[in-house]
Design a protein around this ligand. Structure first.
Ligand code: ADP
Length: 487
């Protein structure tokens, strides 16, 4: 790998605790593979529970020094880190494509998106402000202070190896918190490169700690984090199933929780929509990252009057998607992350076809082998098929016809999830009414791309708790303190 990097020292295989790289022996390492080639690309340190305790302690030790800096001082360090990430985009994107599989251009896009949270929250660090409400007691003054919550932990997934980390670290750091991060076992290299750049930017020892661990050890570390009375906040992005486990494990120590969990995004095309724009949005929303994002469209509700026109144009666009190794030029879709992901996609397609769905495009593994799957479109899909209610996390677009607004809103809202939703219409009255009626944290209108550091990202129902990014994102990491001052 080092040969592919402009700066080979960004390739790290050890956990980062208290500003040091933790050297672990050959028996305490786990393999990382390139999903496009199945090649072994790294052997990364498998952090012990003792070292996890040590990391929590070092975050606790660093807390006083970090939170007593001014917001402006923290912003200066964060801005340096942001600049270094942007300067090293090529290497960070290369590491990401090698461990995660997304096409190199898409990986570079994620580096920019991930870095944007550091830039944004560095600016917000200077704007944390309390409140002095007017009082009904003339002899007392009431003050509201905002203070950092303390030591935080973040557990992150493999689908956005950088952005899911920076979305949590940046507001925590800006608020004056210190943090321990446990990146996904499939994509630890991007996280470790971020730590190296943070160290070069002058982030003090203990403020950021990165604990790498394999799947089994991640569960053990999760228990340590949840049980620790030092840890005051746990932020998790991943499956709803694991989110529920962590929530239960955090109950005894009553931690504040931020959860970004699964989604099952509806994508609605009304009869007055601009069909070409809807097709472009559908491709962007569905096939980005091989369909492996929690905001990917999962169900396409197309008005019966425009169904044939939409399906024809959509199928043409999907056939043009070029599948391959993301390190090669002009690839639009990489492999799926692992074998079990491929099997889930196959199961959803087989289930739909057995219950009467029709294959429009794709529907099988790619001739490239490995975990590559053909971009797929299914029509005649109905509510009883697995794909209509379970998250597929793969490049399959199921098409379901509908006849009227009330019906489609009811179908769209009939889900345990409530993260992202999308619809296309040109009618301003309908746009307003449907946007209000969709029971989702995010609504994309006439667009398939919604994520931006300035906007609050998060879901309702079993899609999670809290919001990331935006002016609201930093509140997650701040506590309110009421001071009642007698004169
Ligand atoms: P995905 O389905 O996206 O792989 P998971 O929810 O399984 O998502 O994993 C997301 C992150 O949660 C990963 O970093 C993984 O190691 C971690 N994880 C999975 N199970 C647990 C657990 N029981 N306790 C703590 N962390 C876990």
């Amino acid at each position: 790998i080092r040969g592919l990097l402009k700066d080979p020292s960004l390739f790290k295989e050890d956990a980062y605790i208290n500003g040091q790289w933790l050297k672990m022996g050959p028996d305490s390492r786990f393999p990382v593979h390139n999903p496009a080639t199945a090649e072994l690309i790294a052997e990364v340190g498998n952090t012990s529970t003792e070292n996890a305790e040590l990391a929590i302690q070092s975050a606790e030790n660093a807390l006083e020094g970090w939170k007593s800096k001014t917001g402006k001082e923290r912003a200066i360090v964060m801005r340096k880190w942001f600049d270094l990430i942007v300067e090293n985009t090529h290497d960070l994107a290369t590491l990401m494509t090698l461990e995660q599989g997304k096409p190199l251009a898409e990986a570079a896009g994620e580096v920019a998106y991930g870095a944007s949270f550091i830039e944004w929250f560095a600016e917000e660090a200077k704007r944390v402000a309390g409140l002095i409400p007017s009082t009904t007691w003339s002899d007392k003054r009431l003050l509201v202070l905002k203070q950092p919550i303390g030591v935080c932990v973040a557990i992150t997934p493999w689908n956005f190896p950088i952005a899911m980390i920076t979305r949590k670290i940046a507001p925590a750091m800006a608020a004056g918190c210190t943090i321990v991060i446990k990146p996904a076992e499939l994509t630890p290299l991007s996280a470790l490169a971020l730590a190296e750049l943070a160290s070069r930017a002058g982030v003090p020892a203990g403020v950021i700690n990165i604990l790498t661990a394999d799947a089994e050890q991640s569960i053990a570390l999760g228990k340590v984090f949840c049980a620790s009375p030092i840890v005051r906040h746990l932020s998790f992005t991943g499956s709803t199933e694991v989110g529920r486990i962590l929530m239960a494990q955090c109950a005894p120590t009553v931690k504040k929780l931020a959860l970004e969990l699964g989604g099952h995004a509806p994508f609605i095309v009304f009869e007055d929509a601009d069909i070409d724009a809807a097709v472009a949005g559908a491709v962007a929303s569905k096939f980005r990252n091989s369909g492996q994002t929690c905001v990917c469209a999962n169900r396409f509700y197309i008005h019966r009057k425009v169904q044939d026109a939409f399906v024809e144009k959509f199928a043409r666009a999907v056939r043009a998607i070029k599948v391959g190794n993301g390190m090669e030029a002009n690839i639009n879709q990489g492999p799926l992350i692992e074998q079990s992901a491929l099997e889930k996609v196959e199961k959803h397609v087989a289930d739909a076809l057995s219950k009467g769905a029709m294959l429009v495009v794709g529907g099988k593994r790619s001739h490239l082998g490995g975990t590559f799957y053909e971009p797929t479109v299914l029509s005649n899909v109905s509510a009883d098929m697995l794909i209509s209610y379970e998250e597929t996390f793969g490049p399959v677009a199921p098409i379901i016809p509908f006849d009227d607004d009330a019906e489609v809103v009811q179908l769209a809202n009939d889900s345990q999830y409530g993260l992202a939703s999308y619809f296309y219409s040109r009618d301003i009255g309908r746009i307003w009414k449907v946007a209000e009626a969709l029971d989702y944290g995010i609504v994309g209108v006439n667009t398939g791309i919604i994520s931006n550091e300035v906007a609050p990202f998060g879901g309702v129902k079993q899609s999670g708790l809290g919001r990331e990014g935006s002016i609201y994102g930093i509140d997650e990491y701040l506590e309110l303190k009421y001071v009642c001052l007698g004169l």
